[in-house]
Design a protein around this ligand. Structure first.
Ligand SMILES: Nc1ncnc2c1ncn2[C@@H]1O[C@H](COP(=O)(O)OP(=O)(O)OP(=O)(O)O)[C@@H](O)[C@H]1O
Length: 252
């Protein structure tokens, strides 16, 4: 589904260059749940921004369902993002002036879909994520955990291929975080969502099936959960983080 091939990203100019990504390559298969971890400044957000077409790579290629995103003309980018990518951010990014229902259906409405059909699709996904009772409310009237579930619904309501999550539990307390991670696991396992999640948090990463560790812009290690349970996987993630060095308190 997603091929990241030897990508590099430099910031700055000739006198002051920061290499944020250094020959990063990996593939994501349809139906995978992958976490990307690394200390602050290791390149996680840069990687996500390049995959989400918000930023461009300095070298290398990113292919989503065989299509090279660097070749997309500017006028197709917004539509590409709406149709192929779903986003879940730390700070929810819901529009305050729209109801939860309107927020979830926004990508479909922007694609000029029939309002009746939009409503049916929104209701179907909202019911799966347990937020049917808040559809008429505005974001300020619901909890952080409910907002994030609405963001998850928005991220997959249009049948988007890939859900990109940037520190999705960052603004939630531990109970709401656990609830969201269980919802995301359900979206992955039962609804076939392919998820790429950036996180500082080993507990969040332990819900994924595979964890990629970035260090200084390069892939330092990779862990596969396989048949192990989440708690064993969590401890293995902590072991790799200890090897990664740096300020461990920063990454757990
Ligand atoms: N717009 C920019 N201009 C210049 N340098 C940048 C820019 N964005 C990021 N960088 C640099 O690129 C490197 C990678 O940054 P990035 O934000 O991707 O790291 P991160 O792993 O997401 O960190 P954090 O966990 O703190 O968000 C860092 O050295 C950072 O200072």
């Amino acid at each position: 589904m997603l091929q990241v091939k030897n990508i590099e990203k430099y910031y700055g100019n000739q006198n002051n260059v920061t290499k944020a990504l250094d020959r990063v390559s990996f593939d994501v298969c349809d139906g995978e749940f992958i976490a990307i971890m690394g200390a602050s400044g290791s390149g996680k957000t840069t990687l996500l921004n390049c995959i989400s077409t918000i930023d461009t790579v300095s070298a290398g290629d990113i292919l989503l369902e065989g299509e090279n995103i660097a070749d997309l003309p500017a006028d197709r980018l917004a539509r590409f993002r709406r149709e192929k990518l779903g986003f879940v951010f730390q700070d929810f990014n819901l529009l305050d002036t729209l109801t939860i229902e309107e927020n979830i259906g926004l990508a479909l409405s922007l694609n000029h879909q029939d309002p009746g059909k939009v409503q049916n699709q929104v209701k179907a996904v909202a019911s799966k994520l347990g937020i049917t009772d808040i559809l008429e409310k505005f974001p300020y009237q619901v909890s952080g955990g409910q907002k994030q579930r609405a963001a998850c619904a928005r991220a997959m309501v249009a049948g988007q291929s890939l859900l990109l999550a940037d520190e999705p539990t960052g603004a939630l307390d531990s109970r709401a975080s656990k609830n969201l991670l269980e919802i995301m696991t359900g979206m992955n396992r039962d609804m076939g969502a392919t998820i790429l999640m950036v996180t500082h948090d080993a507990y969040s990463a332990s819900y994924a099936g595979r964890v990629l560790f970035l260090k200084d812009g390069r892939i330092f290690n990779e862990l596969l959960k396989g048949q192990r349970n989440r708690s064993v996987f969590y401890h293995e993630i902590l072991d790799v983080l200890a090897l990664l060095g740096g300020d461990v308190s920063d990454v757990i």
